[in-house]
Every structure is written in structure tokens, then in C-alpha cells.
Ligand binder design. Structure first.
Ligand code: SF4
Length: 394
């Protein structure tokens, strides 16, 4: 099968005992039926420990309390791997953070940004998020029931256009403009497909001329061209997708994204989430104070916009093709906009509390945030509904 993988995919090497945010902490580790049967063939103390590790999940997972996996040693290594080898681990541990999507015609491969080492590699390649292609054996089963190759090709064209647009965004205003184009296009695509206009993606570009830099030129400025007028948010009346208004961000923070249990499962994120509740209430109290705060942060750390743009691009690479199965263009592009804005907010909060900000801080935020916000469908649904309630009002 044709494999398309992020160019540095093969260079990934786990940090093992040196990992500051090990994936052996904070998550339930799924165990499938075959793995369960395999573990039941063990004997003696190891079998007892395996049974106990899976006890409260009816044999479907380790680390049910989302603390530290019982097989995670003081040295930060995996006891199962040390004793029985890599093949003995649950599939999730063997593959993590490798992310596969087999669309039937080809398979795409990424490294998930919930792993700190994957984030470091992403930072090293932010300017060049390209896919390497070769023939190889697929690493996963098909993730879709759709077999419409032309539709997948059209989605690929749109994704390329979005990535090309995002690559040219160096300032917050440009990024906001690009996002307006992207969301507007997704909304129109959604409407077109509902009416049976399945040529829409092939016919309509994401933005007028993506070969030009996004600019304030009136020919292309979405504000001037009345693009995305449905995107004016209720709080400010402005077309603002980056950064989102303080009111939208506050409401998203108020969803199940925050949980007191994060204190145990994801302490770094817990600390950041509680900053607006305790120390920095004023930061998001009004739109003006938020505007000043994020603007100051971008002046202090101009790379923030580029990081956000690349982060959103990576999101589109991983998830935009979910529309191949469900045709939910709008949901997929907007979910990425929500995630990117939350990462940006956390960066602002971190800088405020620490008094400085570095790439390392941004990487830590990304890994800890992704771990929380990408794997819980209920939380994502709530975040999405909350976001949508601020837009598309007419
Ligand atoms: S989070 Fe990544 S680098 Fe850290 S232990 Fe897990 S796979 Fe290795």
C-alpha cells in the first residue's frame, strides 16, 4: 500500500526513563481480547499482577485509576518490557505515539503530539510539515467505510490549500484571516453536500489565491469581502477566530475539559487551568484586558503565532480526512481551531505566571494539553457545542 508519513516519522525514539511526562501516567491503557487471552496464559506472580492490573476494567485495560501504571518502574522503564520484551506489551504501548490512518487507498502516519518527544520533533520541523511517500505494508486496518477515491482526492486538494494558506501566516491578524477563509469554506462545503453538490470541493478553492501571501489587500481580505459574516461572535461582534474572545475561551474552560482529577492525572495542565480561576481572574475578565494580555504575550514571544499556525496545520493533517467518513467539514476544521486557541491561552497563562516563556514551555503545554483534550469524545462534543453557541447565530 502507498504509505504517506510525516517526514521524520522513522526517526522517533522514545525517551524512556528520561521522559519528563511519561505516557505510563495519567491514562487508561487499553487491552484488547487477544492481549487479555495472552496475559491469561502467564503463570505465577506475573499472572496475578496482570489480573490485578486489569481487575476494575473487566480485563480491558491497565492503569484504571489513571495514576502511574503498576508496571512503570522507579527508573521510568516498563517492567513488562524488561521481563518479557516489547512484543509482550499491549498494542497501544507498542505503537504509541505512532498515529495511523488507513483510508483504503493509502495510509497516513504521524506522531501524536501528546508525546513530548513527538512535540520536540514537530518543533524541529514546523517549517516543513511534509509527507514522505513509499510503498509498504499497512500498519492498521481501514478507518473508513467510504471507497469514493475522487472525494478523497478532492479532500486532499482542500487540505493542501489550507496548509499552504496557513504557512504564510506570520501575524495574529493574518492567521485570523486564514481561519475565516477555512471555516467559511467548510461551512459552504457542508451546505453544498447536503444539497447533493458533491463537486463543491473540486470547484471551490479555500481562498481566492493561495499562491499569494495572506495580506491586507482588499482583494483578499475576508473582512472586506464579507467572507464569513456568520462568524461574528456574540461577545464582540467581530470576526475573530484567533485568538477567540475571552468569553468564548472562558466558556470552553468551563466544560469537562477541566476536572479536579487533573491534579492527579495531569498536574501541569491542572496548574495552568486553575490560573484564570485563582491568580489571573482579571486576565479574561473583559475583552479589553484579554486583548492587551495576548497582544503583550505575542510581542514577548512572536513565535507563538507561527507555533499556533503549525499546530493547526498538524491538526488538519491528522484529522481533516475524518470528513472522508462523516462529511463533517465544519466540525473538523472548527475543532482544530478550538484546540489551537486553548493551547495559545495556556501559553499566555504560563508566560504570565512564570514571567518568561521558552520553546520548552510551549512543548510541555502542547503535550500535556493534547493528552487531555483529544481522547475524550464527550469532552470534545461539549467544547464544540460551547464554541458553536457563540457563532453561526442566524
Ligand atoms: S511520552 Fe513519548 S517519549 Fe515519553 S515515555 Fe511515552 S513514548 Fe516515550
Amino acid at each position: 500500500m502507498l504509505i504517506k508519513e510525516i517526514s521524520y516519522h522513522k526517526n522517533f525514539k522514545c525517551l524512556e526513563g528520561a521522559c519528563p511526562h511519561t505516557c505510563c501516567h495519567g491514562w487508561i491503557i487499553p487491552v484488547d481480547e487477544d492481549e487479555f487471552e495472552r496475559y491469561m496464559q502467564e503463570k505465577g506472580l506475573l499472572k496475578l499482577r496482570l489480573v490485578l492490573a486489569m481487575l476494575f476494567r473487566n480485563g480491558t485495560g491497565f492503569n484504571v485509576r489513571c495514576g502511574s501504571c503498576t508496571f512503570h518502574t522507579k527508573e521510568g522503564l516498563c517492567e513488562l518490557q524488561l521481563k518479557k520484551g516489547h512484543e509482550f506489551l499491549p498494542g497501544a504501548c507498542q505503537e504509541y505515539p505512532r498515529f495511523y490512518r488507513n483510508y483504503g487507498f493509502f495510509e497516513e502516519r504521524y506522531l501524536d503530539l501528546s508525546c513530548i518527544q513527538a512535540v520536540r520533533m514537530f518543533f524541529d520541523h514546523m517549517d516543513d510539515l511534509t509527507l514522505t511517500e513509499y510503498e509498504g505494508k499497512e500498519g492498521s486496518g481501514k478507518c473508513t467505510t467510504n471507497d469514493d477515491g475522487d472525494y478523497l482526492k478532492a479532500l486532499g486538494k482542500c487540505r493542501d490549500e489550507m496548509l499552504s494558506l496557513l504557512k504564510k501566516c506570520h501575524g495574529a491578524k493574518e492567521l485570523n484571516e486564514a481561519l475565516i477563509y477555512i471555516t467559511d469554506h467548510a461551512k459552504r462545503a457542508q451546505g453544498a453536500f447536503v444539497l447533493g453538490d458533491t463537486d463543491f470541493l473540486t470547484r471551490e478553492s479555500v481562498a481566492p489565491d493561495v499562491s499569494d501571501a495572506v495580506s491586507l489587500n482588499k482583494e483578499i481580505d475576508p473582512m472586506e469581502r464579507n467572507i464569513g459574516d456568520h462568524l461574528s461572535d456574540k461577545a464582540t461582534g467581530r470576526k475573530r477566530l484567533f485568538p477567540l474572545s475571552a468569553e468564548v475561551l472562558r466558556d470552553i474552560l468551563d466544560t469537562g475539559l477541566y476536572s479536579p482529577r487533573l491534579r492527579m492525572t495531569n498536574p501541569t495542565l491542572h496548574e495552568l487551568f486553575t490560573l484564570p480561576l485563582k491568580k489571573y481572574r482579571s486576565l479574561m475578565r473583559s475583552e479589553d484586558s484579554w486583548e492587551t494580555a495576548w497582544d503583550d504575550f505575542v510581542k514577548e514571544y512572536p513565535k507563538a503565532v507561527k507555533i499556533c499556525s503549525a499546530y493547526y496545520s498538524y491538526y488538519l493533517l491528522q484529522y481533516y480526512f475524518s470528513s472522508f467518513e462523516d462529511y463533517s467539514f465544519l466540525r473538523h476544521v472548527n475543532m482544530g481551531i478550538i484546540q489551537m486557541n486553548m493551547v495559545f491561552l495556556l501559553m499566555c497563562l504560563k508566560e504570565r505566571s512564570k514571567g518568561s516563556f521558552s520553546d520548552e514551555d510551549a512543548m510541555e503545554i502542547m503535550a500535556c494539553y493534547n493528552r487531555r483534550a483529544y481522547f475524550n469524545e464527550d469532552v470534545k462534543d461539549e467544547m464544540y457545542d460551547t464554541f458553536m453557541s457563540h457563532f453561526f447565530i442566524s
